[in-house]
Write a protein of this length. Structure first.
Length: 89
């Protein structure tokens, strides 16, 4: 099975995204590096708008992830309510 990853800047704006990913993706592993948090999981990682908004108490647009995004491993699927990185195999 292929491993998906999302690497974000380790800044205040990214912390709710990491927390939301932990809530919505069982088995998600975090790797902390200087100035970066890398989220790793088999097959897919989904960050849901609803979960981020619940954590922050304010509106969040999934496209806003690009402000703190460093890199991804996998295919990207973006919708109005989620940001998803996945592998088909």
């Amino acid at each position: 099975m292929s491993t998906a990853f999302i690497a974000l800047q380790d800044v205040d704006e990214a912390r709710p995204l990491v927390e939301a990913a932990e809530k919505d993706n069982d088995g998600l592993q975090l790797e902390h590096h200087p100035a970066m948090v890398r989220m790793v999981r088999d097959k897919e990682i989904v960050i849901r708008r609803e979960t981020v908004e619940e954590i922050t108490g304010r509106d969040w647009e999934p496209q806003d992830i690009h402000l703190v995004l460093i890199s991804v491993g996998g295919n990207i699927d973006e919708g109005d309510d989620y940001f998803r990185v996945y592998w088909n195999n």
